[in-house]
Design a protein around this ligand. Structure first.
Ligand SMILES: [Zn+2]
Length: 323
């Protein structure tokens, strides 16, 4: 079956894979129709973006492109999938017809040594935000999302992991992506099999943001517990004397959910907002200056929290990212 998925079908498939989706502008109707074929579809191509000034800027560039849409989905470092278009996109360019035939046959790929076949009408494409220079890390969440993204589209078409290729395997001279495609295909295969190491994930059971009133000195509740549990992996666990814990107002303050004073002082020195807004700005890496404004920052600003616009995008509970 090689009829292109509709945007709605693709969205359903990607959501069913447990991916966090952001729909960018008019992505469902945004494409390069009129510049060549769209379909029959034969596979997916994985790219990395190369240098970028911010993740938001890169999402925008992929939507606008140098001559229109540059891919279908941009996957940022948190694994969030930004849908930027659907239909013909300018991502695969001219590649090797022998590779296309191998993808159609789902057999081992030959070396790409020709650029004689239009790939933009044959492949779905995702751009993973990464400079590609070797110094930019590949977060597990991002690579995992790429595998889920590819597996979801393969599943929808009835393809195997053999239908997943890297741009570097398609077009001579291309370096992307900078990780092993065999490793990624192995992960896609696990997801397609739906085994314990790669089945459809359990959707995160994330409560809605409880409001700033739930946080603050002396507060103890389940939201504080969740916040505390997220602070521990970030390295603040040693500031707890006991904890984290959420409830138990009868306990002494040092037994409740927020870190003891040394931890809070350290947080303040780092110019993080008051505890009431910590939940919105938990993610301290990647470095702030690499990050881009995100929904959570705007939400935080609306609630009197940080408004610098330079915070890295929030990796807190996804539901908290949305007003
Ligand atoms: Zn590429």
């Amino acid at each position: 079956m090689a009829t292109p998925l509709t945007s709605g079908q693709a969205l359903s498939a990607l959501r069913a894979a447990g991916l966090n989706i952001v729909e960018v502008r008019d992505w469902k109707n945004h494409n390069r129709a009129g510049h060549g074929a769209w379909g029959p579809m034969n596979g997916v191509v994985i790219h990395h973006t190369g240098d970028y000034s911010s993740q938001a800027q890169m999402v925008d560039l992929c939507y606008t492109g140098y001559s229109g849409l540059l891919c279908h989905t941009v996957i940022d470092k948190s694994g969030t999938c930004h849908m930027v278009g659907w239909g013909r996109a300018n991502h695969a360019g001219l590649g090797d017809g022998d590779v296309l035939q191998a993808v159609i046959d789902e057999r081992a790929l030959p070396a790409d040594n020709e650029a004689n076949t239009d790939g933009n009408g044959r492949f779905y494409g995702t751009e993973l935000i990464n400079s590609g220079g070797g110094n930019d890390p590949w977060p597990e969440a991002q690579v995992d999302a790429a595998a889920r993204w590819a597996a979801a589209l393969c599943r929808a078409h009835g393809w195997s992991e053999r239908s997943v290729i890297g741009h570097k395997e398609w077009q001579p001279g291309k370096p992307d992506p900078s990780f092993s495609m065999n490793d990624l295909r192995a992960r896609v295969a696990r997801y397609l099999k739906g085994g314990s190491s790669g089945g459809k994930p359990t959707p995160p059971n994330v409560p809605a943001f409880p409001g700033a009133a739930a946080f603050g000195n002396g507060k103890a509740n389940d939201s504080i517990l969740l916040l505390g549990q997220q602070l521990v992996p970030k390295g603040y666990g040693r500031h707890y004397r006991v904890g984290p814990s959420g409830t138990g107002a009868s306990r002494p303050p040092e037994h409740r959910g927020l870190p003891a004073r040394p931890g809070l002082d350290r947080l303040r020195r780092r110019r993080l907002p008051r505890p009431g807004n910590l939940a919105l700005t938990l993610q301290l890496t990647p470095p702030l200056e690499q990050g881009a404004p995100h929904e959570c920052v705007r939400l935080a600003a609306a609630q009197g929290g940080p408004s610098c616009g330079r915070l890295a995008h929030c990796h807190g509970p996804a539901a908290w990212n949305r007003p």
